[in-house]
Design a protein around this ligand. Sequence first.
Ligand SMILES: [Mg+2]
Length: 389
Amino acid sequence: MNYPLGERRYPNFPIPVTGTTSDNDMKIDSLEALVFRIPTDQPESDGTLTWTATTVVAARASAAGTTGLGWTYGAAACAALVRDELAEAVVGADAFDVGGIFSAMVDGVRNVGRLGPTSMALAAVETALWDLKARLLDLPLVRLLGQVHDEVAVYGSGGFTSYTDDELATQLGGWVEAGIPRVKLKVGTAWGSREERDVERVAVARGAIGPNAELYVDANGAYGRKQAVRLANGFADIGGVTWFEEPVSSDDLRGLHEIREQVTADVAAGEYGNDLFYFRRMCEAGAVDVLQVDVTRCGGIGEWQRAAAVAASHGLEVSGHCAPSLHLHVACATPNIRHLEYFHDHTRVERILFDGVVEPVGGALRPDLSRPGLGLDLKESDAERYRVG
Ligand SMILES: [Mg+2]
């Protein structure tokens, strides 16, 4: 970093450099970005999008012979942003000053734009910095952040609109059989144009998971306001649905609020949030019962914690959107966490690319406290075949 952090931001509270190693020994000496593209196991659709592959942009930051790893599920362009726009604030900075480096990165992208792919590139780097700091201190990240919970509940998430009824039943029923008592399917088939099919699929899902598991739906913004209210009532009657995610576009805050007032299910949204202003707007509008926050999109672990604090100030819980391995430690350090999304694509990708991925037990994930940082290591040789940048 090129400026003395304490003096610049908080003139009355200079932050001393602490630790047993000198400042110079902890300078970050490299930052690299890697791009992987992993085909899905079959073409997948939700209410408003279809995809056939998942792109992972990983960041690796090194200091004193130790490397920290972070990543985002963003476009390959995020790698160029890491190299061209963010590296300058990172390389040469003190590896312990994660907050200061994040501030310097945000300052540096003023004219590039803080949102969109930049936010995802920021997330990959900031997460790598937290992993690096925890590894340098030989601490699991949750201990460095400050542990609140031993474990965090997960819900199985997939149930794509492109699945056959058999595939839907097998996937959702499989999670419940494996001890995860909450599952979610996609609805809003073909931009909400096939309501009967959506109701039919909810019935199939309930039949597959039995009477006791919680059933969630995600429309990915496919419905209109009144359509969503009608369907929410149908989903509740037929499937006992208790979570209705993005019934309308996440940008329609008034619509979300109106639907929330009229349905029994919890209304959830927030997965596209890139910064604190987004989350504040959503909370202030009374748009959600649970705020979703995605560490890979909001700018990283520190911003995730701040977003959770915004939610807490409105009396709301947060739920981690996708990327369960990236959310696990910060979720266990967050008082108002409800659960994490155990998303089919990402659990598959994380097992392919990384060693140290933990599996849910009894419907919850528990950080492995025997491993430093996030507890994850890139499987270099396995990953190489998916490398595209
Ligand atoms: Mg969603």
